[in-house]
Design a protein around this ligand. Structure first.
Ligand code: ZN
Length: 513
């Protein structure tokens, strides 16, 4: 049996750190402690001076996504290879059906594509339209394929944008199923109108991209989704929160008892909107993603929210389009495929800009790179924890190692890097997936298709704790009026208080006179 002993490191979990060795056997963490009984033939990894942490989980990637007339460059093999080289050991990607496409048909496509993954993987499924078949397929996905999250795009009009009817129906269905609704929060109609206006003014370059999607466009959609979730009594997870306005909406909702979770990207934490004014069109276009990069002061709001637990997870929205693909938008910024890569460097950038600056402790780093995600999406403690019996998905993190991020040194196939030239300190020395070394000192040791599909059962503990909706429903009871004095309380539901029946009551009283 394949066994690995990680010796001499500091084990860092979300709640505590301790000096201990970790023995991995059969893909699981078998023992944690000192002087462990180690089987003959065990591979020894020296972790002296390093941190041993749960491998990162990226809750937001798009490998080989068909989008805006092209397909993202990194597929599930190259994308997850890039992930392990950066210390991530699981991704949650998105199944995105076209409008009117069956959810199950799209599910089957993505499932086939993902079989070449190097790491374990799972899927959120997007609900881009609504009818009875979507309602039924959501049930099938939760029951038979064991997923617990659905995504809603409030942007990308005339493509995958969901109008209000879709999330209202879908959130309601998710509530029944014990699943978590997630949203890409941007007002797609406003974006559409602003794009048209800017193009008409001759603003065709990438610098117009952030102007077409200002913070208010994001905050309006976030607030709307939050209010829909409030009315329906569902939890809500907002992907790639990019501005202080959305953070404020989340803080308000959470302080009123709503379970709203926020995700932030390593890119939004570290890159600002000045990139869109780069005189080199290719560099500016390489940064086109939505929501766009913001004015610098938003970064402080995002870091503060992460430290204050108003934001909970970190991701990269890895969606890699190369220079030729981005060039589809020469002459019209609205046609530049939206997306940036990040799965490879996200953890190092987050460590350097977060832990080295004192904004996050190593334990908080673990929380926001794996544990919180594992808890929200019901993977914990199989993932996101170093505990006996957990999956041996680990990263040995050398806090003193340094590098300058360059495209040339990348595993990703995208051919450019939004973190190009950034110097970072703190890097993965060794990454283990299912107890096997898949990255060691710059050497990839991956196996195509070794990744497994990971089930995420509905009714996660955080989902069960969701309470405001239940309280509201428990308190709702029809008022007993004249005609129902003799009725049992149970029958009250059957008595409508619509104007029609009220009129009927008045008429019957009049006729008695
Ligand atoms: Zn995305």
């Amino acid at each position: 049996m394949n066994s690995v002993l990680i010796r001499g490191g500091t084990v860092v979990n979300a709640d505590t750190s301790l000096a201990a060795d970790v023995l991995c056997e059969g893909g699981l963490i078998h023992a944690i402690g000192h002087d462990l009984d180690v089987p003959a033939g065990t591979t020894i990894v020296d972790a002296g001076g390093a941190f041993v942490m749960p491998g990162g989980i990226d809750p937001h990637t798009h490998m080989e996504l068909p989008f805006m007339g092209t397909v993202a460059k990194d597929d599930f093999f190259t994308g997850t290879s890039a992930a392990v080289s950066g210390g991530k050991t699981m991704i949650v990607d998105f199944v995105i059906p076209d409008p009117k496409q069956s959810l199950m048909e799209a599910w089957n496509h993505w499932n086939g594509w993902a079989r070449k993954s190097v790491t374990d993987y799972s899927f959120h499924v997007a609900v881009t339209w609504w009818d009875q078949s979507v309602h039924d397929d959501m049930g099938t996905l939760v029951r038979d394929h064991v997923i617990n999250s659905f995504k809603h795009f409030m942007a990308y009009k005339n493509a995958i944008m969901a109008d209000d009817e879709t999330p209202v129906n879908s959130f309601t269905r998710a509530l029944e199923l014990g699943a978590v609704p997630t949203v890409h929060a941007e007002n797609g109609e406003l974006v559409f109108q602003l794009q048209k206006k800017l193009l008409a003014q001759g603003m065709t370059g990438p610098e117009a991209h952030p102007m077409s999607r200002p913070p208010a466009v994001e905050a309006e959609a976030a607030e709307r989704a939050i209010r829909i979730a409030e009315v329906l009594g569902t939890p809500l997870y907002i992907v790639h929160v990019s501005c202080e306005d959305t953070v404020a909406a989340i803080i308000r909702a959470r302080s009123h008892g709503q379970r709203v979770y926020g995700e932030v990207l390593a890119q939004h934490l570290t890159i600002d909107e000045s990139v869109y004014r780069n005189p080199d069109w290719n560099i500016a276009a390489a940064h086109v993603m939505s929501p766009p990069f913001r004015a610098k002061h938003h970064q402080d709001a995002l870091w503060n929210a992460l430290a204050a637990v108003h934001l909970h997870t970190t991701a990269t929205d890895h969606c890699a389009f190369c220079e030729n693909q981005k060039a589809m938008g020469k002459g019209d910024f609205s046609r530049i495929p939206n997306g940036t890569a990040g799965v490879e460097d996200g953890m190092a950038v987050l460590w350097d800009a977060g832990v080295n600056t004192g904004r996050l402790t190593p334990n908080e780093f673990v929380k926001v790179t794996s544990t919180n995600c594992a808890q929200i999406f019901n993977l914990h403690p199989r993932k996101g924890a170093i505990a006996v019996g957990s999956d041996a998905d680990l990263v040995v993190w050398d806090p003193t190692a340094t590098k300058t991020i360059t495209t040339a040194g990348s595993v990703s196939k995208v051919g450019h890097n939004v973190f190009e030239g950034r110097k970072v300190m703190g890097l993965p020395k060794v990454t283990l997936s299912q107890g096997r070394i898949v990255w060691m000192d710059g050497d990839l040791r991956i196996e195509r298709g070794a990744g497994r599909y990971v089930k995420r059962p509905a009714f996660a503990p955080v989902r069960r704790a969701e309470a405001p909706g239940r309280h509201a429903r428990a308190a709702s009871r029809a008022v007993c009026r004249l005609t129902c004095r003799t009725s049992r309380p149970d029958d009250l539901r059957a008595i409508s208080t619509t104007p029609t029946s009220a009129t009927r009551i008045r008429r019957s009283r009049r006729s008695r006179r």
